[in-house]
Design a protein around this ligand. Structure first.
Ligand SMILES: [Zn+2]
Length: 261
């Protein structure tokens, strides 16, 4: 079996027995890989500690039939701030979860690796609103796997999206105007502001989104819509959806509470 040298980001890690650890990796050139790290708890293990979620590494993998073996790992970037700031940790974890769910094993999509690498880098820096960053990441991830949401005009009548009331039709992958909207549990109501925000998130680079500053309730609506869209594309629930949305709703309630004097 072959030996692979590549860059990778650790998506998930769990212990296997007393001594070993299994990691999920997204690599730059070899897709999603699952690999075992042997003897991770031995003090002599040189790189076991580096194989934590968020870490960006240069790895050497010995290819196996079901599972690769990590034979070397050097840190490129630890993304340590994502482990110490609870807010950022939640959003970062959600990014990792989506990467793991979006790609099939060994499906190679270098641009997805880049999207995650850049997004984690931006997230650990100065960000006005992490919720917007996560929503943008989700929309871009869907686009990369072939499900770019159609947000520019009504899917049916062709009317351009500006002003008024819109509907995001999850099963059709885009928006419809009020006149063309059908009633279905798969249709979300979107006001024009949220729709405009979603379009800007999809069309703007992650670095610039770090400076986006929108009213918090608008950011929450955008994130709700992008989570719903993403789950519908993946045809599965994301574990992080409830955790992130509840956290954000709680923070919003906190900021809206009247100040006591
Ligand atoms: Zn229409």
């Amino acid at each position: 079996m072959a030996t692979l040298k590549d860059e990778a980001i650790v998506l998930h890690a769990h212990d296997l027995g007393e001594a070993d650890r299994i990691v999920s990796l997204i690599t730059a050139g070899h897709g999603l890989r699952r690999a075992v790290v042997k003897g991770v708890k031995r003090t002599a293990s040189r790189f076991g500690a580096r194989l934590e979620p968020f870490t960006h590494l240069k790895v050497v993998l010995h290819e196996g039939r079901n599972l690769d073996t990590v034979t070397q790992a050097d840190t490129v970037r630890t993304h340590a701030p994502l482990r110490t700031d609870y807010d950022k940790y939640l959003y970062g974890e959600s990014m990792l979860e989506l990467a793991e769910r979006s790609l099939r094993e060994n499906q190679n999509l270098p641009r997805f690796f880049d999207l995650l690498r850049v997004s984690l880098g931006v997230l650990e820096g100065e960000v006005r609103d992490c919720a917007l960053l996560l929503a943008a990441y989700q929309l871009k991830a869907c686009a990369l796997i072939g499900y770019r949401p159609h947000l520019d005009r009504c899917l049916h009548g062709g009317r351009e999206t500006s002003g008024g009331s819109w509907h995001l039709d999850l099963s059709e992958g885009g928006v419809t105007c009020q006149g063309c909207a059908r009633t279905s549990p798969n249709v979300l109501h979107l006001n024009a502001q949220v729709l405009e925000l979603l379009r800007r998130l999809l069309g703007t680079e992650m670095v610039a989104i770090a400076r986006f500053d929108e009213p918090p309730h608008l950011a929450l609506e955008a994130l709700r819509a992008s989570f719903a869209y993403t789950e519908s594309v993946l045809e599965q629930r994301l574990r992080s959806r409830q955790i992130v949305l509840r956290h954000l709703e709680g923070k919003l309630r906190g900021t809206e509470a009247p100040l006591s004097t």
